[in-house]
Design a protein around this ligand. Structure first.
Ligand SMILES: Nc1ncnc2c1ncn2[C@@H]1O[C@H](COP(=O)(O)OP(=O)(O)O)[C@@H](O)[C@H]1O
Ligand SMILES: [Mg+2]
Length: 329
C-alpha cells in the first residue's frame, strides 16, 4: 500500500541502524501507534542500499503472522524511502535479557514456540531472515515476541542482493554455512541462529563467544558448545537435545524445519500446563480449605444457624431464671 509521510505524526527516534532510522509515530487518520523506518539521508544515492531497502519492504509485505511485525505500507519522502509497520512497544529481547538475565526453560519455550511459528511462516514463503538475534526480536507488553528487521533477509525466489560469497548476519548467531559464504543458504541457517538464541536464553550467554570475530567463527565451524546440562541442570532433556540438533554444523543434520522444533516445545508445554493445572487445582483446594476454615473461625456469630444456637439460648434462659429464683429472698 502506498503511503505519504504526512499521514503520520512522527514522534521520537526508537533506533538508528545501518539502513534507516526508526521512529515512533501515530497514524493521523486512526490515531493508531506505528513505527516508521526511514532510509538514512545519505543513502538515497546508494543503489545497493536503496534496492535492499525496497527488498526489505517487499519481503515484509509478503508476510502476515502474529509473531512478525506487520507491514502497513510505504513510500518516498524527499527521495528517501520509508515504510510503516506495527509498533512493538516493549523493547527488544536484548533489553529484556539485560534486565532479567537468563530465562527459565518454561519462559524459553514460550518464546521459542512463537519464534518457530514465525520462522515456519517466513520459510513457507521462501524467506530466510538470516539475522535472527536478540536485537531483531521485539517484545510486546503482553510478553509476546515479534520478529523484525528483515534488512538482510533472502527471498529465495529472487536473486540475492548481497554479493555471492559475502557473509551477512551477526557473528554470534551465524551458521557455519553463512560463515563459509556458501551459496544456497536456506531456512536451516535461521534454525542454527534459533539454536544459538535458545541456548542464550537458557544459559545467559550464547554458545560461542570470544574477543573478535575470527575466534567466534572458529568455534561455530569446529567446536561443540558447553553442554547445557552443566549450565542449566533443570532444563528438560528433550529441549537440550533439540538445541544440540539445531546447532549442528551440517545444515542437513539440523531439524527438518521450524515446525518440528515447535512440536518438541509444544509437547513440553503440554506437560508443563498439565503441571500448572494440577498446581491450580491444588491451589483451589487449599483456597477452599482456607475459606471453610475461616468461615468456621470468623462465622461463629454470623453464620451459625439459629437451630444450632437454640439449645444454648434455652439453657441460658433457664440459668438466668434459676439464678433469679435463688437470689430472690
Ligand atoms: N516495529 C518496531 N517497533 C518497535 N521498535 C522497533 C521496530 N522496528 C525497529 N525498532 C527498533 O529500532 C531498532 C533498529 O531497527 P532494525 O529494523 O533492527 O534496523 P537495523 O537494520 O538498523 O538493525 C531495533 O533494534 C528496535 O529497537
Ligand atoms: Mg536490527
Amino acid at each position: 500500500m502506498k503511503r505519504e509521510i504526512d499521514e503520520f505524526e512522527m514522534k521520537t527516534v526508537i533506533g538508528i541502524g545501518t539502513a534507516g532510522s526508526v521512529y515512533n509515530a501515530i497514524e493521523k487518520s486512526t490515531q493508531r501507534p506505528c513505527a516508521v523506518k526511514l532510509l538514512l539521508p545519505g543513502l538515497s544515492d546508494d543503489a545497493n542500499m536503496v534496492s535492499r531497502f525496497e527488498r526489505e519492504m517487499l519481503i515484509l509485505s509478503k508476510l502476515d503472522h502474529p509473531n512478525i511485525v506487520q507491514y502497513y505500507g510505504g513510500g518516498k519522502h524527499d527521495r528517501r524511502l520509508f515504510y510503516v509497520m506495527e509498533a512493538v512497544p516493549g523493547g527488544t529481547m536484548t533489553q529484556m535479557l539485560k534486565t532479567h538475565g537468563k530465562l527459565t526453560w518454561q519462559e524459553t519455550i514460550r518464546y521459542g514456540i512463537q519464534l518457530c511459528s514465525a520462522l515456519q511462516h517466513a520459510h513457507n514463503h521462501g524467506i530466510v531472515h538470516r539475522d535472527i538475534k536478540p536485537s531483531n526480536l521485539f517484545m510486546t507488553y503482553q510478553g509476546d515476541i515479534k520478529i523484525g528487521d528483515f534488512g538482510i533477509a533472502l527471498d529465495r525466489g529472487e536473486s540475492d542482493l548481497t554479493q555471492s560469497g559475502m557473509t551477512v548476519g551477526s557473528w554470534l548467531y551465524m551458521a557455519p554455512e553463512q560463515i563459509r559464504g556458501a551459496s544456497g543458504i536456506t531456512g536451516q541457517a535461521d534454525l542454527y541462529a534459533l539454536g544459538c538464541l535458545l541456548y542464550e536464553l537458557l544459559a545467559g550467554r550464547p554458545p560461542f563467544t570470544g574477543e573478535h570475530f575470527a575466534e567466534i567463527f572458529d568455534q561455530h565451524l569446529k567446536d561443540d558448545p558447553r553442554p547445557l546440562e552443566d549450565l542449566v541442570p533443570d532444563c528438560p532433556q528433550s529441549l537440550r537435545e533439540i538445541i544440540v540438533q539445531l546447532l549442528h554444523k551440517d545444515p542437513y543434520q539440523r531439524p527438518h524445519n521450524a515446525r518440528s522444533v515447535q512440536g518438541v516445545m509444544s509437547e513440553l508445554k503440554l506437560d508443563w500446563t498439565d503441571d500448572e493445572s494440577r498446581y491450580q487445582l491444588e491451589l483451589n483446594r487449599l483456597q477452599l480449605a482456607f475459606d471453610s476454615h475461616s468461615a468456621t473461625v470468623q462465622g461463629v456469630s454470623r453464620d451459625i444457624p439459629f437451630k444450632q444456637l437454640l439449645p444454648w439460648v434455652l439453657l441460658a434462659i433457664a440459668a438466668a431464671v434459676i439464678a433469679t429464683l435463688l437470689i430472690t429472698p
